[in-house]
Design a protein around this ligand. Structure first.
Ligand SMILES: [Zn+2]
Ligand SMILES: [Zn+2]
Length: 75
């Protein structure tokens, strides 16, 4: 696998888009691994603070309100 930016041998794969990236061009961004409902409507997420980012793709700039999707009303 080669770096998407400079075609040097890749050191890691972008967590967001899967492109290869070398150490020079890699950066880090928080990455949400999963989300689930806890008690009631509380939504939790497990975030990797320093996931590899290739610098080329454009992840969503702000967290998505998952609670809007997952929230349910009983009765
Ligand atoms: Zn590179
Ligand atoms: Zn990427």
């Amino acid at each position: 696998m080669e770096c998407w930016t400079c075609s040097e041998p890749a050191a890691a794969a972008c967590r967001f888009c899967g492109r290869g990236t070398c150490r020079q061009h890699a950066s880090v961004l928080p990455f949400v691994l999963t989300a689930w409902t806890g008690d009631g409507v509380q939504v939790h997420s497990l975030v990797v603070e320093d996931a590899i980012h290739c610098g080329g793709c454009r992840p969503h700039p702000a967290p998505v309100r998952l609670d809007l999707v997952l929230q349910e009303h009983d009765g």
